[in-house]
Write a protein that binds this ligand. Structure first.
Ligand SMILES: C[S@@+](CC[C@H](N)C(=O)[O-])C[C@H]1O[C@@H](n2cnc3c(N)ncnc32)[C@H](O)[C@@H]1O
Length: 328
C-alpha cells in the first residue's frame, strides 16, 4: 500500500463530502474524518479498488452496528471490527434502490404509447419497476393508487403530470446481483444503504412499502451484465406493447468503454429509452462530474434531456432551455 493510494482514497472521500452535505450532514462529517484518518485510509487501501467508496463503507458500518455518532466512533468500529467490516464490504455492493425516482419517470412514461414492457438495467431489488403501483402527489395533485405508498414531487418548468399511471404488462430487471425484495437479509442491506439524515425515516418507510409491493408481484430478474443480458430481456417482451429500457443511477458504475457500448447498443434497438443519471453520463445531457454523479440527475428520453430531478426523488424540473435544445 502506498501513501499515493491513501491520498487518492482521501480525495474520493473529500469529493463525497460535497455530495452528501445537502442530505446527510453526518455522512459529510464522517467522510471528512475518514480523509484525515491514516488508520481508516490504511484499512480502505487494503481492499480492492472498487470496494473502497464511502457509500459501501458507511453502509457496511450501518448494517453491522447502526450509524456511528461521530468520527471517533467510526474509527473505533473500523479498528475493533475490521474483519467483519471487510467481509461485508467484499461480499456486498452499493445497490441503493430508491422507488421515489419513479416520481421523475412517471411523466416521461406518460408520453409513451402503452401498454408498456419495462426493462430496467441495474435494477437492484427492482423497486423502480412498479411506477404504476405507487401513488404520487405532484404539488398536491394526486396520481395513481391512493391506498399505499405515496411519492411527493415538487415540480417546476411545466412538468406534464399524467392524469393516470400507465399500463405495465411486463417488468424485467437486469442486475449483476439482483436483490430479492422478499428476503429479510437483502432488505436489511437496502435499509443500511439509506443515508442517515432528515429524509432517512421517510426513505426507509418508502423502501419497506415498495419492497412489499415488489414481493407481492415479483418482477422477472435476470442476473448478469446489462450489455450481455439486454437481448435476453428483449426476448421476454410480449407482443403488442412498447418496450422501454430504463435506468437510474447505474451508468457511473460502468467503465467508459462499456458505457459507450451500452449507449450505442440501446440507440440501435427498437425501444424507447429513459435514463435518469448524473449530468453528462448520457452523452448530450450536460457536463459530467468526475465521479459521474452530481447535485442532480438529468432525465432523458431516447437520449434527449427532458428534465432535472433530485437524485433520491422529491423534485422535478421540466426543461425547455438550452440543455433540452442541445439534445442529440
Ligand atoms: C445504485 S443502484 C441503482 C438501483 C436502481 N436503478 C435505483 O435507481 O433505485 C445500481 C445498480 O446497478 C447494478 N449494476 C452496476 N453495474 C452493472 C452492470 N454492468 N450490469 C448490470 N447491473 C449493474 C448494481 O448491481 C446496482 O444494483
Amino acid at each position: 500500500m502506498t501513501s499515493d493510494e491513501q491520498d487518492r482514497i482521501a480525495r474520493g472521500y473529500l469529493a463525497f463530502v460535497v455530495e452528501a452535505a445537502p442530505t446527510s450532514p453526518l455522512y459529510a462529517r464522517l467522510a471528512e474524518e475518514v480523509a484525515r484518518s491514516d488508520d481508516v485510509l490504511a484499512f480502505l487501501a487494503g481492499l480492492p479498488v472498487g470496494k473502497r467508496q464511502p457509500n459501501l463503507l458507511f453502509a457496511a458500518v450501518q448494517f453491522l452496528h447502526g450509524a456511528p455518532e461521530d468520527g471517533d466512533q467510526l474509527r473505533s468500529l473500523v479498528a475493533d471490527d475490521a474483519e467483519r467490516l471487510r467481509a461485508t464490504m467484499l461480499g456486498r455492493a452499493t445497490q441503493t434502490n430508491e422507488p421515489a425516482r419513479c416520481g421523475a419517470l412517471l411523466p416521461v412514461l406518460g408520453l409513451l404509447e402503452g401498454p408498456l414492457a419495462l426493462i430496467e438495467v441495474g435494477s437492484s431489488a427492482g423497486l423502480c419497476l412498479y411506477p404504476d403501483r405507487y401513488g404520487y402527489s405532484y404539488d398536491g395533485v394526486a396520481v395513481g393508487p391512493s391506498d399505499g405508498l405515496r411519492i411527493d414531487v415538487a415540480t417546476s418548468g411545466g412538468v406534464p403530470v399524467p392524469s393516470e399511471v400507465p399500463t405495465v404488462v411486463a417488468r424485467i430487471g437486469i442486475d449483476l446481483n439482483p436483490l430479492d425484495p422478499s428476503d429479510p437479509d437483502d432488505r436489511a442491506w437496502l435499509r443500511a444503504l439509506v443515508w442517515p439524515g432528515p429524509h432517512a425515516e421517510a426513505r426507509l418507510q418508502r423502501l419497506d412499502a415498495a419492497a412489499r409491493v415488489a414481493a407481492r408481484e415479483p418482477a422477472t430478474a435476470l442476473t448478469g451484465d446489462l450489455l450481455t443480458r439486454l437481448p435476453d430481456a428483449l426476448a421476454l417482451v410480449p407482443p403488442g406493447c412498447t418496450p422501454v429500457v430504463l435506468h437510474t443511477a447505474v451508468l457511473p458504475y460502468l467503465p467508459s468503454d462499456a458505457r459507450e457500448a451500452f449507449v450505442e447498443q440501446v440507440r440501435g434497438l427498437p425501444v424507447r429509452w429513459i435514463a435518469q443519471e448524473g449530468p453528462g453520463v448520457v452523452p448530450g445531457t450536460g457536463e459530467r462530474a468526475p465521479s459521474g454523479w452530481g447535485p442532480y440527475f438529468v432525465v432523458s428520453l431516447d437520449g434527449r434531456p427532458v428534465a432535472r430531478s433530485a437524485p433520491h426523488g422529491g423534485w422535478l424540473e421540466w426543461l425547455s432551455g438550452p440543455l433540452a435544445a442541445s439534445a442529440g
